[in-house]
Design a protein around this ligand. Sequence first.
Ligand code: AP5
Length: 214
Amino acid sequence: MSGYRMMMLGPPGAGKGTQAKRLAQELEIPHVSTGDMLRDAKRRDTELGREAAEYMNAGKLVPDEVVIGIVAERLEQDDAAQGFILDGFPRTRPQAEALTDMGVELEAVINIEVSDEEVVRRLGGRLSCPECGAVYHKEANPPSQDDVCDKCGNRGLVTRDDDRPEAIKQRLASYHRQTAPLVEFYEQRGVLEAIAGEAGPDEVTQEILDRLAD
Ligand code: AP5
């Protein structure tokens, strides 16, 4: 199973990043996360990072032209030639159209379905490693040692700036208004795979792999 051009769709906290990392490893294709790229720019305090931070911290989407530019640049890199997993892009209709204009036809769009209540529960308990981007949950998926990243050993797991209750509310509103319409967009193109996302992470991974193998 290689050569996939696929995308993870779903509300904030649906488990897109968790699943995309596992699939990228299993399918040996790069994980291209716009959220991770923007957070990296924020951390390095670049011009892009400073511009994006204002939108991200408020739970709003970064302007289309900014995100389209960074994705276009990323997909031109050699490691993306054999496929990739987009995570968090596209999330507006203009972004989806821009992807088509880049010559990218997605073969699978994995739509992870979870309720708004589950989103609030998951994001309210999420812990992230600022060094390597690994993601944990205080109850569902805690690190083996308190406050230490299992993946890179960094001490000091953090709550993301946009995982505050007001920002979560705004992100859910942005999702329903701007991103949910993409479900129909990709359904019409015959590439949408709806996945029940409230099961445990291992079951969700298996369900996605089974669908891709069909
Ligand atoms: P982004 O980083 O893409 O955030 P998001 O879409 O809101 O998604 P999250 O990263 O919050 O959640 P996720 O679905 O990856 O869930 P996770 O696996 O972490 O974007 C952040 C911001 O950047 C945006 O708000 C916007 O400002 C900007 N941005 C990014 N892309 C953009 C674009 N294209 N256009 C414009 N702006 C853009 O899991 C969540 C938690 O649940 C974790 O604690 C995890 O351990 C736990 N969990 C995961 N799966 C399960 C499970 N099955 N059962 C129980 N717990 C689980």
